[in-house]
Design a protein. Structure first.
Length: 385
């Protein structure tokens, strides 16, 4: 049987990537560092993915096992794998790179010449290319040459809402919708046959489409919802005060996206409606604090709020709602989020203009910075709170 090694056995690893690999006929080996989770997978040998939507259904994922990615066991698994995927979070990629580099070196030492493709399924731009940099920094020159020949690092865009619902076992709940676009030119050899994997010529356009749409709308709904005292995205998006700001921001973001990448405006408008409809799924409990976490990263110049704004400005397009969205993110003060605490400390020390310059990369003296500062001050009035 074909084998897939999936780094990361969390909800996304099990409920999205691992599920699709299993449905595609692969034996799935999860690599993780949480020993109770590893032991649970090996003891149970299966779990259920609950599709929680208007038409709920269950999918059983079986023929699975798990290894500790910090152990020697990972080497044998990678040596016999046909595809390697990750769902660990962008910040964890440097931490799994040594295990992957060592395993690839072991694979090469055994004389295995068959191609293997690595696909980092992270919520970030060009995650596989970033992982490749980390791995290549740990390989010998000979191993780099072999990796150039037989290992592909294919960038992808992934999209599926997998809320962190706690289960007494390995089961996981997900939405029906998913999207997985992989750049064909970065695949080495014959592409792996994986259910739901869509091979595209330019994955960057799809990555940016997700960033400018799902991620933008999600962030605005989360930060507005938090300010209004809502606990879930569904409650936030249903509020008559919040909804117009979410739609306004994602429409402005969409106009910029279509101008930048040539997406059809009517088709993209339909995609926006599909995305927002997903937020209203009453069967998924997605907390605003999960969606809003790490605000310093999400306020970065290449991320979901500032990147659409600067792209829109490049084409002279309106950015009124995006500016209010950024102001909402600057108000995020959830004490259970380390970055939120750091953000509020920066605001207290440097002021809004200083944070906008340092975090968002927008000059403090610019008219946009001034408008963000003004909306920050008027935010409570905007929300009617």
């Amino acid at each position: 049987m074909k084998k897939a090694v999936q780094f990361g056995a969390g909800n996304i690893g099990r409920g999205f990537i691992g599920e699709l690999e299993s449905l595609s006929g692969y034996q799935v080996v999860f690599a993780d560092v949480v020993q109770p989770l590893i032991d649970g997978i090996n003891a149970d040998g299966h779990y259920t993915v609950h599709i929680t939507d208007v038409k709920p259904r269950d999918i059983t994922v079986s023929d699975i096992s798990a290894v500790n990615s910090g152990s020697e066991d990972i080497k044998e698994e990678v040596a016999s794998a046909e595809v390697i995927t990750t769902a660990v979070g962008l910040g964890v990629l440097p931490k799994i790179a040594p295990a992957l580099a060592g395993a690839l070196s072991y694979r090469f030492s055994k004389g295995i010449k068959d191609p293997v493709n690595v696909i980092a399924c992270e919520n970030a731009l060009r995650a596989s290319s970033k992982l490749k940099e980390f791995v290549y920094g740990l390989l010998s020159d000979d191993d780099k040459a072999e990796a150039d020949r037989s290992v592909g690092f294919a960038d992808c865009s992934v999209d599926r809402i997998v809320p962190p619902i706690r289960s007494a076992n390995l089961d996981v709940s997900v939405e029906e919708f998913y999207e997985w676009n992989v750049e064909r030119s970065q695949i080495v050899g014959t592409p792996p046959v994986l259910k739901g994997m869509n091979l595209v010529e330019d994955v960057m356009a799809y990555e940016q489409r997700k960033l400018f749409t799902l991620n933008t709308a999600h962030a605005v709904a989360a930060y507005f919802g938090y300010a209004k005292g809502f606990d879930t995205i569904a409650k936030s998006i249903a509020d008559e005060t919040v909804f117009p700001f979410v739609m306004g921001a994602v429409r402005e973001s969409g106009d910029a996206l279509c101008r930048e990448f040539g997406f059809d405006h009517d088709a993209h408008s339909h995609y926006i409606d599909t995305v927002v409809k997903r937020f209203n799924n009453p069967y998924l409990t997605d907390n605003v604090t999960r969606v809003g976490r790490d605000p310093l990263r999400k306020l970065g110049p290449e991320d979901r709020l500032v990147k659409p704004l600067t792209t829109a400005l490049k084409y002279g397009l309106p950015v009124d709602f995006l500016i209010v969205g950024i102001a909402a993110a600057l108000h995020y003060d959830f004490t259970g989020d380390r970055q939120a605490v750091e953000l509020q400390k920066k605001i207290a020390e440097d002021g809004i203009a200083g944070v906008v310059a340092d975090v968002c990369g927008i000059p403090a003296s610019s008219p946009v910075s001034e408008r963000i500062s003004e909306e920050y001050g008027n935010f409570s009035e905007r929300l009617h709170i």
